[in-house]
Design a protein around this ligand. Structure first.
Ligand code: SAM
Ligand code: SF4
Length: 334
């Protein structure tokens, strides 16, 4: 396949250069804001095979995607995941600038060195609290010490680590300054995320929602924050923290419209393409992928979908309403 296929430009002139791929909807944790404890997962036969994920992702690389992030569910619990990562790494230095993943850290102690061998340079690790007891409550099934061992292994292996923390009212809100200090002491960037209304969970979203404008104001009582133009190709806005000499990002899908510069699309573990995290509209790519050995029908389906990429999302957190988007974050990977 040549690398001269036409770029994917949406109706608003935005080039799609960033692809997030959910490799599984399964997870070894059950974070309270993400999943119900009794989540039912998709039948395995509905999932794309790893070879199909490779073919689909490669098609996007040929169409101009320069950054691929694997996510889930927990990407590192998918069986043979390193086969996929190794396969995709062949694009690095060709069409692809970056191959990365977002993980809960539980399997990093096993895979950190192999990830580095595959050309992965940076990873995001989700960690919402440094308190082992609270970590247990929040993740339901997670083992804090195992995650810490994973983070240590990733650090030792030379992976650049960004910690992602969801700001949760009444849960970690009094710990965010400590999380910032800890991350920066270890030379990790920290990004804070607002909760998004995705999927049915047991808790009430309005109880969990904590606006980052408030978090920022509180942090400014202890730290000096300066806005900086730093960009990673994602939706975070960054500040430099004078006291720690580190970087802090804010992802605020609800308090800001973060869509103007949206350059990304998502593929679910069943091969559904989501043009926007906050909209239901989607395109099935598994059908065209399986229909033919040729990628021609696949590229036609991609073109049709990109032509429908919406201008922005419709998130609203409303106590009386069902979730703005009924699918869980673990289906599309956030
Ligand atoms: N299991 C991996 C992990 O936790 O990093 C990857 C998948 S997880 C769905 C990706 C990110 O989405 C995590 O940082 C998680 O905290 C975040 N997330 C999950 N549900 C969310 C929600 N409803 N609102 C905001 N962020 C959410
Ligand atoms: Fe699993 Fe990540 Fe969702 Fe937590 S946030 S339940 S680790 S997919």
């Amino acid at each position: 396949m040549s690398d001269t296929l036409p770029a994917m430009i949406d109706p608003f002139g935005r080039a799609v250069t960033y692809l997030r791929v959910s490799v599984t909807d399964r997870c070894d944790f059950r974070c309270t804001y993400c999943m119900a404890e009794t989540m039912t997962f998709l039948p395995r036969k509905d999932l794309l095979a790893l070879e199909e994920i490779d073919r689909l992702t490669s098609a996007f690389v040929w169409r101009g995607v320069r950054k691929v992030r694997l996510t889930g569910g927990e990407p590192l619990v998918r069986r043979n995941i390193m086969w996929l990562i190794k396969a995709l790494s062949r694009h690095l230095g060709g069409g692809l600038d970056e191959l990365t993943l977002t993980t809960n850290g539980s399997q990093l102690h096993r895979y950190a060195d192999e990830l580095v061998d595959c050309g992965v340079k940076r990873i995001n690790v989700s960690l919402d609290t440094l308190d082992p007891a609270k970590f247990r409550v929040l993740t339901r099934w997670g083992d804090f010490d195992q995650v810490m061992r994973g983070i240590d292994a990733a650090d030792r292996a030379g992976l650049k680590i960004k910690i992602n923390a969801v700001a949760l009212r009444g849960c970690n809100e009094n710990e965010i300054a400590d999380l910032l200090q800890w991350s920066h002491d270890r030379s990790f960037d920290l990004t804070l995320i607002e909760t998004m209304p995705l999927g049915e969970i047991e808790a009430d979203r309005t109880d969990q929602y904590l606006p980052l404008s408030l978090v920022r104001a509180r942090l400014e009582q202890r730290f000096t924050l300066h806005d900086i133009p730093y960009q990673t190709g994602g939706p975070a806005r960054y500040v430099h923290v004078t006291e720690t000499n580190g970087r802090l990002g804010f992802i605020t899908p609800l308090t800001h419209n973060f869509c103007e510069s949206c350059n990304r699309v998502r593929i679910s573990c069943t091969g559904t393409l989501y043009m926007c995290l906050g909209q239901e509209d989607a395109a099935d790519l598994r059908g065209p992928l399986r229909a033919s050995k040729s990628d021609v029908p696949l590229h036609a389906a991609i073109d049709e979908a990109i032509a429908r990429k919406p201008k922005g999302h419709d998130f609203i957190i409303d106590r009386t309403a069902t979730p703005a988007i009924s699918r869980h974050m673990s289906a599309t990977g956030g």
